[in-house]
Design a protein around this ligand. Structure first.
Ligand code: PLP
Length: 372
């Protein structure tokens, strides 16, 4: 047992700072001008993250990230449109499934679980099907940590005259993403990943012109981003009860993001976390699942240790007893577990985490009769 809350080595919810947590110690009226100002400030700063001040608007949405993904597709994909989903993991599969469930046409290009999206195959798929209007891609596929080549994909989609929707949930705020550099219609993310806020709101950074044209597309009342945006423009308020404390915490998290040095500083910290983790785990005899070239500095998938009768639950509990929370694997064919690099953690926490995993493994080895 440790004397502090466990550190979350998970890709959201993640460990937040005390400053972010204490920003929640206040009740806000959802109609009140003070809270409306917080919302407006947060939205303006989120839009600036993608250099989107001129052409993009931020539409925040209550709920987890998936709610925002579902809202983005439902609102921006016309009823007679068709979405090509580029799949190399669980979040791509989820994007395809939610599109299908709302009754829209969807086509899937599957790259397996171990390779990034291949832009040449995307180009061929678009050339072969004129009915595809939109393409959906996951920037960092959090189920493994694969980094997809977003700029190349965006180039292919733009050259084919189609529109791009990006799930940048586990990337926005750390990995590069600028509307001045690549073409897209929407970016979806949430409060509780690289921005290091608490969970409870997603948001869509949508091209204003496209959102304006999206009236009546939505299949759902609560997930209608056009309606949420229109109402917010008129009143400054969220359409239904906002997650007030979450929005206030995100504002505090954005203050710290700026103070840290913005995106380059955040990426540098995550990269250092990622490198230290990989090196430390290797020294413990653990093998990362992905080759370094396609590893995003967000979350690392690790092959299960070669301990007889290994069970993730045993490792998890032993590491948690030492103050760190791991994340289970999400691969269908190989036994793995995951360790996040993101959150309000740095080199000290990573070194301690590696140490805790090493101690836990030694204990597990001893427990099944292996000499230490
Ligand atoms: C976290 C995440 C989501 C959203 O998941 P929720 O559990 O609904 O917050 C979507 N896509 C990606 C790539 C993610 O990492």
């Amino acid at each position: 047992m440790t004397m502090r809350d466990p550190i979350l080595l998970t890709p959201g919810p993640l460990t937040t700072t005390l400053q972010t947590k204490t920003a929640m110690l206040k009740d806000w009226g959802s109609w009140d001008a003070d809270f409306n100002a917080v919302t407006a400030d947060v939205c303006q700063r989120l839009t600036a993250l993608i250099d989107g001040e001129r052409d993009f608007v931020c539409v925040p949405l209550q709920g987890s990230g998936t709610f925002a993904v579902e809202a983005a597709v439902g609102t921006l994909l016309p009823r007679d449109g068709k979405l090509l989903v580029l799949v190399n993991g669980a979040y791509g599969k989820r994007l395809a499934r939610l599109t299908e469930m709302m009754g829209r046409a969807v086509s899937v290009l599957d790259f397996g679980e171990t390779a990034p999206v291949d832009p040449a195959r995307v180009a061929a798929a678009l050339a072969g099907d004129a009915t595809i209007s939109h393409v959906g891609v996951i920037y960092c596929e959090t189920s493994t940590g694969i980094l997809n080549p977003l700029a190349e994909i965006a180039g292919v989609v733009a050259r084919a005259g189609r529109r791009l929707i990006i799930d940048a949930m586990s990337a926005l705020g750390a990995l590069p993403l600028s509307a001045q550099e690549i073409a897209f219609d929407a970016v979806i993310a949430s409060s509780n990943k690289c921005l290091e806020g608490v969970p409870g709101m997603g948001f869509v950074l949508a091209r204003r012109e496209r959102l304006q044209q999206a009236m009546g597309n939505a299949h759902s009342l609560s997930l209608d981003l056009h309606d949420q945006w229109t109402y917010m423009q008129k009143t400054g308020q969220w359409r239904y009860t906002p997650p007030t404390h979450v929005v206030a915490a995100l504002q505090a998290a954005l203050d710290q993001y700026d103070a840290e040095g913005g995106r380059p500083a955040r990426l540098a910290r995550y990269q250092a976390n990622c490198e230290a983790l990989i090196q430390g785990l290797r020294e413990l005899g653990l093998q990362p699942f992905l080759p370094a070239e396609i590893q995003a500095p967000i979350i690392i998938t690790v092959h299960a240790p070669a301990v007889p009768a290994y069970r993730f639950g045993d490792l998890y509990q032993r590491v948690k007893d030492r103050g760190f929370v791991l994340y289970p694997g999400k691969l269908t064919e190989v036994e793995t577990f995951r360790v996040g690099c993101i959150g309000a953690i740095g080199s000290a926490e990573i070194a301690q985490a590696v140490h805790a995993i090493g101690d836990a493994l030694a204990e597990l080895g001893a427990a099944c009769g292996r000499p230490k």
